[in-house]
Design a protein around this ligand. Structure first.
Ligand SMILES: Cc1cc2nc3c(=O)[nH]c(=O)nc-3n(C[C@H](O)[C@H](O)[C@H](O)COP(=O)(O)OP(=O)(O)OC[C@H]3O[C@@H](n4cnc5c(N)ncnc54)[C@H](O)[C@@H]3O)c2cc1C
Length: 265
């Protein structure tokens, strides 16, 4: 792997050692940082969070060429997305249509482990070290932990939705409930009475009143997400559905989905 060395000689910190943090540490090392530290509040390996981190085939090609992902990582090919709606005459629901879905899905755990393994040895990965705050300091920023304060030329925030780095950079910005809920469940595929009926390499989107659920199979397990919006007309899941649904069957899907989320649309 070669890098541009655009950050040659800088001392850098990354707050958060999950997927974004490991990828950032790798990028900083490739860009020539002489000394990089990752702060991760969780001790030990991060736990599995299930199937479903989807990477578009074209993005995979870029990430593989740059050395972030490689073909040996376990993944499942998705080719199509099938849209189902309720129909009493068909037990599985009626398939309204399908559209291309050229994605690879990765189980969160192996994806994290592979990225973690690619973080170069020279990068310090401090597990079990929560960052208490980040503050400007001279030409850079200081990272405060229980062990004291460390100055850096550059601090990257990869610390999730309650980011302490964001609090330092944009103190007025606070996370706000966006108006939708999501549930996730994973179970052995053998427990599905109709498991053989679902097409291979497809992701099933089941649309019913007020909610959309999606299911993907991965190594004998089926992972299902369901999301529903609140009464806000700006509900992001409704906007996302509108953006990613093929126009030819959008009106009918919309009718089936009409529920608390869409009463104003
Ligand atoms: C099952 C699943 C499927 C998903 N599928 C997709 C998908 O298809 N597409 C997509 O774009 N996204 C998807 N996501 C969402 C997203 O990709 C993942 O949540 C991903 O883990 C986000 O990575 P991240 O590194 O940005 O943040 P996070 O995984 O949230 O990591 C933040 C890290 O920072 C650490 N941290 C937080 N605060 C501190 C602190 N003060 N000090 C030190 N450490 C701190 C946390 O412990 C955590 O490890 C999915 C998520 C899950 C769980």
């Amino acid at each position: 792997m070669s890098g541009s060395h655009a950050l040659r000689g800088l001392r850098a910190a990354v707050v958060g050692g999950s997927i974004g943090g490991c990828a950032a540490a790798l990028a900083l090392h490739r860009a020539g940082c002489r000394d990089t530290t990752v702060y991760e509040r969780t001790a030990g390996a991060l736990a599995d969070r299930g199937v479903g981190v989807a990477v578009h085939a074209a993005r995979y090609a870029e990430l593989a060429a740059a050395g972030y992902l490689d073909a040996s990582m376990p993944w499942v090919r998705l080719a199509e997305r099938h849209w189902y709606v309720r129909d009493e005459r068909v037990p599985l629901g009626r398939m309204l249509g399908s559209n291309a879905f050229p994605f690879r899905t990765y189980n969160w755990g192996p994806l994290w482990r592979e990225l973690r393994a690619r973080v170069p040895e020279g990068v310090r990965f401090r597990s079990g070290t929560p960052v208490l705050s980040v503050a400007e300091s001279g030409a850079g920023a200081a990272v405060h932990t229980e062990d004291g304060s460390e100055p850096y030329d550059l601090v990257i925030g990869a610390d999730g939705y309650r980011s302490v780095v964001r609090a330092a950079v944009c103190p007025a910005v606070e996370p706000r409930y966006a108006g939708y809920l999501a549930w996730r469940g994973a179970y052995p595929q053998s427990r599905l009475p109709d498991s053989g009926s679902w097409p291979e390499h497809s992701c099933a989107y089941v649309v019913f009143s007020g909610a959309t659920s999606s299911s993907t199979a991965f190594r004998g397990r089926t992972e299902t997400y369901a999301s529903t919006g609140s009464s806000t007309p700006q509900c992001p899941s409704a906007r996302a559905s509108a953006a990613t649904t093929p126009p030819r069957f959008r009106p009918e899907l919309w009718t089936h989905r009409r529920g608390p989320c869409c009463t104003n649309s």
